[in-house]
Design a protein. Structure first.
Length: 203
């Protein structure tokens, strides 16, 4: 039985990373794909846990060898998802979550149209701006660039299967967990997963 591939996408500041971390903490049957990136680690980030940090030449060689399921350049840094790791995990029956941007999501869904796309939206642009400002890591000019990029990203929300508004965190987390649960309960997956039980019940 193959696993389910979930793609979670959101504009910067919408709370995607916090929601994903909380979901993974409560769902032991879901694995996060750790992306490769050329950006430098932020304070507290651990190589191999938050990202695989590599230099630009290494990333380029991996790209040329076709090792990425998707790759993108975001704010001058490059990101990529290991194709081999994702396919191995799915073939082993593990449900996998990709936390990636719109560019990467479109690439993955072209190669794997069965992937389940989830888009996280903020409740308003004002809230999104406040969340970005609260980080205290970027200049006002950088925040404005992110807000402009966010509008472009959010215009593609119609490409996704599920849309979650992250207004109240606990409610958004329940919505996200509900999507995962519902996908696991779909007829074709349950028929495959519980074939022997269903055969015994219907003979």
């Amino acid at each position: 039985m193959s696993g389910i591939l979930f793609i979670v996408t959101a504009p910067s500041g919408a709370g995607k990373t916090s929601l994903v971390a909380a979901l993974l903490a409560r769902d032991r049957n879901l694995r996060l794909s750790v992306s490769y990136t050329t950006r430098l680690p932020r304070e507290g980030e651990v190589n191999g846990h938050h990202y695989h940090f590599v230099d630009p030449p290494t990333f380029q060689k991996m790209l040329e060898r076709g090792e990425f399921l998707e790759s993108a350049e975001v704010y001058g840094n490059r990101y990529g998802t290991s194709q081999a790791w994702v396919r191995r995990a799915l073939e082993a029956g593990t449900d996998v979550l990709l936390e990636i941007d719109c560019q990467g999501a479109a690439q993955v869904r072209r190669l794997m149209p069965e992937a389940v796309g989830i888009f996280i939206l903020p409740p308003s642009m004002e809230v999104l701006k406040r969340r970005l400002e609260k980080r205290g890591t970027e200049t006002p000019e950088a925040i404005e660039r992110r807000l402009k990029a966010a509008r472009e990203e959010m215009s593609r929300v119609g490409e996704f299967d599920y849309v979650i508004i992250n207004d109240r965190f606990d409610e958004a987390l329940e919505d996200l967990a509900s999507v995962v649960r519902a996908e696991r309960l779909k007829r074709e997956r349950q028929l495959e997963r519980h074939r022997s039980l269903i055969e015994a019940l219907t003979k």
